[in-house]
Write a protein that binds this ligand. Sequence first.
Ligand SMILES: Nc1ncnc2c1ncn2[C@@H]1O[C@H](COP(=O)(O)OP(=O)(O)OP(=O)(O)O)[C@@H](O)[C@H]1O
Length: 735
Amino acid sequence: MWGGIICRGRRALSPDLLLCNLRLLRHMGGGPRTFPGGVNKWKWKRMHEKRARDKHNRLLQQEKQLYEARIRSHIRSTLSPDHHSAAASTHRPLSPHDHVKALADRFMKEGAQDLWNNHDGPLTLTPTPTAPTTITPSSVGLRRLIPKSPKRNFAHTRDYRSVPEVGNNGVGANKRRFWRNDSDGSSSESEDEIESGNWSSRIGGSASLGKYDVKRERRAVPRSYEEEETDLSEQVQLIKYELNKRKLTHSDDQEPQEQQSILSQTRFDGCGISPLTVKALSLAGYIHMTRVQEASLPICLEGMDALVKAKTGTGKSAAFLLPAIETVLKAMSSNTSPRVPPILVLILCPTRELASQIAAEAKVLLKYHDGIGVQTLVGGVRFKVDQKRLELDPCQILVATPGRLLDHIENKSGISVRLMGLQMLVLDEADHLLDLGFRRDVEKIIDCLPRNRQSLLFSATVPKEVRRISQLVLKREHKYVDTVGIGCVETPVQIKQSYLIAPHESHFQLVNHILKEHILQEPDYKVIVFCITGMVTSLMYHLLREMKMNVREIHSRKPQLYRTRISDEFRESKQLILVSSDVSSRGMNYPDVTLVIQVGIPFDREQYIHRLGRTGREGKEGEGILLIAPWEEYFLDEIKDLPLQKFPLPDIDPQTKLKIEHSMAKIDNDIKEAAYHAWLGYYNSIREIGREKTTIAELANRFSDSIGLQKPPALFRKTAIKMGLKDIPGIRIRR
Ligand SMILES: Nc1ncnc2c1ncn2[C@@H]1O[C@H](COP(=O)(O)OP(=O)(O)OP(=O)(O)O)[C@@H](O)[C@H]1O
């Protein structure tokens, strides 16, 4: 395989020649100037852009076809004789209300989950005779809710008649993804841009967010198309409402079973993985599979592509690490001895901390497998150090953040050659990686990988748009494993969720109050307070520290060594509060977090679910509180299917208020000004409120006042123009 040809773009180059080039360039100093095949940087870039454009056009075309098919089947279903006998007798379409009811009825039937995935799922469904391989455990939740009805074999009779494409995330869940908070790679860079006043790439700009973004392009679609879709969306919303109503009436049946355990009855020792891995699993205390592992392992071990959705904290990491290890073992046992040691498994994830966590878990599972190496490639580490490590130590499994991996690929550090032997690609937090902030990097990376590979996508949330985009990574005949269940609550049932509505001015006081109360009730408290941006995180941290709380901060503005230290400390500790931006919102497995507080609206529904999921892991109890301002109340609509209760507004005594004011006064003005800028940037980027520039300015000024700034800090003129805030009353411009 390695004697063959390395091919990227249109040109081909032998590995020897490539290595020779690399050595020569390194010798010349200043790093490589050309890309594989001898093309220069710009040609290379144009080539990739063209590819991305083509891919994007194909996707649009596919989406259009799917939509048309959906409309056709939707119309057919309303006229279908067996759909509703009353309507059938007259052949007239049902009234909208009856139609919604009828559709909801169908979705409550056994096996009906296939209808929900219809166009989202693989276009050709491979008939699978045995139950375990066709597992779509969505039925677990759904089937529990419904009366027994005769079985139908949906694996063979996929029904395309009625296809309102409803995902658990609901329609419109992604409306506001124009700006992402604080993740690694491109996302964290973007946060830095916002906070330093460089807005262009985020807000409406196409530079870094990708002009290939489907959501933005969709606006160019003819009006009628959009109008029809809106109609359909309304119906979908109605169906969801109807389903939720029914689900609530059955929730008593559902909860006890879900609460029992995340574990299944299936043991690891009987699933065909290496006995040495089973030994390591036992040592780590893993005997039985979790439900997501039980559902996805057979599919992944078979070598199929899969998109796997399972609630937070249910063991998704092991679910992809185990097949990854098997892939490596299989490849290593074959007799080929390539000249360049290939990277066999690539795991992409959005943050540095998550990459380290996954690598650490992989090392635990590889305890008894000598010679298999796991390495990470993440930002914040010197490039040369990465290179040396990759050259010297074995690396069959690479865990990377997209930005840093792309740096290596584009700088021809030799990694492209090693990636040509890749057999498995995993996207953890797949929806985030395929979202605006990361998608272009991920696409570029995928362009450099061999097509003949297995791809696995994992996440606790899979919005509809991402479901479609995922087909860029997955083969057409992939499997969709959904252990959450259609119409089931997407958050762990054992987490008590509530929200509190109060003006921004009182948020700092309320956080202090909630923390004090929680510490009293929970001696072994472990709390994460999520703030909207890195700089607001920093302000919150300084305030709580002034209030003598045991608190730490983590966000992208901190050096990597510091981030790693804090992350490790929080993992090991109790009686500690971590104030965090979104670097901790996805995937981080801090055991026994007792409370998650989210201050300000999360960027979207998915972000809410992932942040909340830092508590209540492995089926344990947990609590989540969302603290929002009155004007942010509209966000509750996006999560209305989740079991949130209103938290009564507590009385805060005047003495505490005074104490907080004193503490705030002690904080450096630079921190406050940076927080003001970040606050303004965040809310200005949110579509719903971002359009109301005058309101935004007014609210920002109130925020500025509440943190003790004499007057709102001025913006650079250029920044104000980019943000559309130049002539807005209340916005000060720097002279
Ligand atoms: N089979 C198992 N038996 C016991 N514990 C397990 C098993 N599999 C995973 N766990 C534990 O469950 C916890 C959560 O696992 P993991 O971090 O993989 O969850 P996740 O589903 O990836 O969550 P998130 O959606 O937040 O990324 C970890 O502490 C892990 O050690």
